[in-house]
Design a protein around this ligand. Structure first.
Ligand SMILES: [Ca+2]
Ligand SMILES: [Ca+2]
Ligand SMILES: [Ca+2]
Length: 309
């Protein structure tokens, strides 16, 4: 890996480069001496939330940044790329919506593209793509801007409490890979493929980066419908306004489900009132006082609950 302070090229992006000594922060193309240098990154949200124990799905997008060349010059003609996940499993891989898609949506014209999920002994289940933009036309990735080239959907299981990390990585290679037959077209060989860019007919090793994202169950106070950090009669009224008077849906439906029976209905508003005026009603975990995750998985969800942050 070449990480030197030298020529400043016309492209700027913050990337995390994975060096043998660990993570090295790179602020722009200026630190790459070799011309051209192809920097690969993965984009994804920094935080995923859901119910405790729930399996959530999210996309990550792989991007190629070309350093050392100007817009209008030749760029990458083709590439092969692997995406490996830690603590998550890829379930879908596609070039739809990226520069690797067929023209006119993408740049590919009379080229080649194969994108699949594979199993490898070294990396486990991975997403892999190979793309040649064109065999007959002079089509390349313009160095003037980064290009999306692959989208990978993955599944991750929410921890029951606390936070967990999902690792997203662009490995150099994963040894022999075998297509996941149930998800692909059943074909595929046993070829080792690695991370590679073709530029003017020659092979280049890209700068490979990795990143982590946090996954954590959303936390809330059960019964706090208006999200003001306490449960009182206003919450019951706000619930009835939502259920019967057309008021906007509160952002954390789990908080509305005051009896935790996986539905939001009249009984939840009554349950809040009973909790005040009748002994022993009880509001199930995490309860009305403490912030915590929903211990029972349901379809309600909690888009936002700021009173715990
Ligand atoms: Ca409240
Ligand atoms: Ca309920
Ligand atoms: Ca629940």
């Amino acid at each position: 890996m070449f990480i030197h302070a030298s020529r400043r090229a016309g492209c700027c992006l913050t990337v995390l480069a994975l060096a043998s000594s660990g993570l090295v922060r790179a602020d722009d193309c200026g630190q790459y001496e070799a011309i051209p240098t192809f920097v690969w990154t993965l984009r994804a949200p920094e935080l995923l939330t859901g119910d405790a124990g729930e399996t959530v799905k999210e996309w990550t997008t792989a991007e190629i940044l070309t350093c050392g060349l100007q817009s209008g010059e030749d760029g990458a003609q083709g590439w092969s790329m692997l995406v490996k996940l830690t603590n998550a499993v890829p379930v879908e891989a596609t070039t739809d919506g990226t520069s690797a898609a067929p023209s006119p949506d993408g740049l590919r014209q009379n080229g080649f593209e194969r994108t699949r999920l594979y199993d490898s002994v070294i990396c486990g289940r991975i997403a892999a793509t190979a793309c040649v933009l064109s065999f007959t036309e002079d089509v390349t990735l313009d160095p003037g801007s980064p290009h999306d080239v692959l989208r990978v959907r993955f599944e991750a299981k929410m921890p029951l409490e606390g936070e967990a990390l999902v690792g997203l990585e662009l490995p150099e290679e994963c040894g022999h890979i075998r297509e996941v037959e149930a998800l692909g077209d059943g074909g595929g060989g046993d070829q080792p493929i690695g991370a590679l860019v073709t530029y003017r007919g020659s092979s280049y090793r890209p700068v490979l980066t990795s990143r982590t994202l946090r996954i954590a169950p959303h936390v809330f106070r059960r019964g706090d419908v208006n999200a003001d950090a306490r449960v009182d009669i206003s919450d019951a009224i706000r619930m009835f306004m939502y259920l019967f008077l057309g008021a906007a849906e509160p952002p954390c439906l789990d908080a509305l489900d005051s009896n935790d029976d996986s539905d939001v209905d009249l009984s939840d508003g009554i349950h809040i009132l009973n909790d005040f005026f009748r002994e022993g009603t009880g509001i199930p975990a995490p309860g009305p006082f403490d912030c915590g995750p929903d211990p029972t998985v349901d379809r309600l969800g909690c888009r936002a609950y700021d009173a715990c942050s």
